[in-house]
Design a protein around this ligand. Structure first.
Ligand SMILES: CC(C)(COP(=O)(O)OP(=O)(O)OC[C@H]1O[C@@H](n2cnc3c(N)ncnc32)[C@H](O)[C@@H]1OP(=O)(O)O)[C@@H](O)C(=O)NCCC(=O)NCCS
Length: 315
């Protein structure tokens, strides 16, 4: 087995994508998203990624990094994938990762894996414990009928896409950031979410190569933003991916989230997409209620795992 540092070249991204696809053909990796996240890392972020070779062939990838979506101080997120025929390398890969991350003295290690992946069982055997579960789910727009869900909007409310709003102005962006960070803090999750600073959010969201300003909808009361939902492009064929959906507490249970989702689905249909994907925490009953009613079908859960405290290797 040979281990090479990942050099962030196009060639290495291609190798990464090929290994990841061989390991998990059922969950497509959007390499453009991975690149964008890599390129928008904060200066202080840790990111060490490696390629694993055997017999001159790339058979694995592994990394440890500051968690992307929840940059918790002292936490590192670990990830590895091996081609099915290289599974016997699991112990060696894990040993290498533990040795390389030890100098960072992480307070905890996190990992996100699907419950049906071999990594899930392996990490549990290493002492990781479940923190929470999310479901990814998919709606097939063929055969979807919005009519049973359609209601008039509450008075004084309007739904507008970002493309019709001054979204390139910083004042507008700061108001949108305030809305989204306030909604994120309301997303039911086991632990509070660590928010991205404004500049990181601006770079990662508004400069996302998959951003669709026409598919990013705001609920407005006059000039006040009170709700949001958004669809992003996806490398999956005929697919759009949902980002955050949320409505301010003061405006909930008036049908705004459902109206926003319907508007986004109508956009997706016109855009030519057939599948809409979304991910929800298993404890997020309000959001799951809406998605279940619309007909989203759940896939196996993605589990957030944690190892805490990190055991140091003796000697
Ligand atoms: C989930 C959320 C967006 C719902 O917004 P909303 O505008 O209140 O939802 P709607 O009024 O459109 O609700 C439509 C239907 O969904 C279901 N629903 C909504 N909230 C619910 C709740 N708290 N409990 C149970 N069912 C709920 C109901 O069937 C409701 O219809 P009804 O009010 O006629 O009974 C809102 O609670 C929210 O912003 N939560 C925090 C952010 C979040 O978790 N976002 C999802 C993560 S991506």
């Amino acid at each position: 087995m040979h281990i090479h540092p990942f050099d962030f070249s196009e060639a290495h991204y291609r190798v990464y994508a090929a290994v990841r696809e061989a390991a998990h053909p059922e969950v497509l990796l959007d390499i453009a998203v991975l690149k964008h996240l890599d390129q928008t890392r904060a200066q202080s972020d840790v990111l060490e990624r490696f390629l694993v070779e055997q017999g001159g062939q790339a058979v694995g990838v592994m990394e440890f990094a500051t968690p992307y979506y929840d940059p918790k101080p002292g936490a590192l997120e670990v990830r590895y994938h091996l081609r099915p025929e290289a599974h016997s390398l699991e112990d060696a890969v894990w040993g290498f990762l533990m040795e390389r991350l030890a100098p960072h003295s992480p307070k905890e290690l996190l990992a996100q894996v699907r419950e049906d992946w071999p990594e899930y069982r392996y990490l549990l055997a290493q002492g990781f414990a479940e923190v929470e579960r999310r479901w990814e789910s998919v709606l097939d727009l063929h055969g979807f009928d919005p009519a049973p869900f359609e209601r008039p909007l509450p008075p004084e409310m309007a739904l507008r896409p970002l493309s019709e709003l001054p979204w390139q102005e910083e004042g507008f962006q700061r108001a949108l950031y305030a809305l989204e960070t306030s909604l994120l803090q309301d997303v039911p999750s086991t632990e509070p979410i660590n928010l991205w600073p404004f500049e990181v959010w601006q770079e990662r969201t508004l400069n996302d190569p998959n951003l669709l300003p026409e598919g990013y909808f705001l609920a407005l009361q006059g000039e006040q933003m009170v709700g949001v939902t958004m669809l992003f492009k996806s490398s999956r064929p005929q697919t759009l991916r949902t980002g955050l959906t949320g409505v301010l507490r003061s405006h909930r249970r008036r049908g705004l989230a459902l109206a926003l989702k319907l508007r986004a689905l109508e956009f997706a249909r016109r855009y030519g997409a057939r599948y809409i994907r979304t991910a929800n925490h298993q404890i997020n009953r309000p959001m799951l209620a809406i998605n279940e009613a619309l007909g989203f079908i759940k896939e196996p859960a993605t589990v957030l795992l944690r190892l805490n405290p990190v055991r140091q290797k003796p000697g």
